[in-house]
Design a protein around this ligand. Sequence first.
Ligand code: F6P
Length: 371
Amino acid sequence: MSTATNIKRIAISTGGGDAPGLNAVIRAATLAAVNRGWECYGIREGFNGIFFPERFQDGGLFQLTRDRVRGIAHLGGTILGTTNKGNPLKYPLKMPDGSIREVDRSNEILEFFAKKQIDALISIGGDGSLTIAHALAEKGLKVVGVPKTIDNDLDKTFTTFGFDTAVSFATECLDRLHTTAESHQRVFVVEMMGRYAGWIALHAGISGGAHAILIPEIPFDLDKVVEKIRMRDGVGRVYSLIVVAEGANVIHGQRSVMEKAQVGQAERLGGIGEKVARVLAERTGKETRTVVLGHLVRGGSPTSFDRLAAMRFGAAAVRALDEGFTNVMVSLAFPNVQYVPLEEVAGRMKSVPLDSDTLLTGRDIGICFGD
Ligand code: F6P
């Protein structure tokens, strides 16, 4: 295939938390590039392969060939490795007095691309990585972003890859908890990832038959959840499943944070499940257990939906470069993939709209949202 843009060599980087489907993007992008006669390279661990080549046996950059990407589309994780520490725009540099200062290392990335004669970057990541991708593109690097996150909180795309796998697994967990909760007449509080958005909790909660779903978009009042549990008890349904998104919080309350944000690193959420469980146990008198799904929802093979979406994204990213696009993200706008400017995505979060029909479905079937 001819290239309108004279691209000969591209590199791929995966940044932020991993998500099922990363390897499928890498495979599709590599094959689409190789089939155009381009060379394709993988950068190790986000941009660590550029900043710390000495840490890697292959110098932090390795060629992605047809052979190298054979049989990886169904594998979780990323063969490139990833990191959610050390944002190049706000890199944490240790000063001689032990303090940490933020520095912008993005120029080193541009210099690396020039030195290695790599013409373009495919950056696969969530909001953080795509904001970095946008900054690099603004400085003149050809960049196409691919939307990845289990949280589904990226704007301008119907969905991100990784989300469907996370929801499917979380749903299966709820299915399993119903039986043990019912046998023991217990309340189970199930904490799920998702950062500041409630997508995973909402979708898995409805699919998995939760009786209450608490999400960041709807600050909750636990008395409403207590009422729901008592109402169920009153009609002989003596167990309840309560799904809590890690970023949910009580009305006028604070988010539950496990670890504060540090330079170049976001805060770590968690712990809300146990807090909710304690209050519910006290107020209902029922035996209560907490299950934190945590990183389990991020592992394993991508579902066929995520695998196909990831492969479509990977191939589309190469097509975008071939067609002369840069500073864009490939996105899903059913039935097709489209390109959207990175500036419309960077730094914007997609929350669950309060009028979404999924949320309304939950309300219509009697799920309590704590409001
Ligand atoms: O963004 C993906 C995600 O899994 C969030 O849902 C979660 O809050 C965070 O990453 C966890 O990050 P870490 O892997 O650093 O614990």
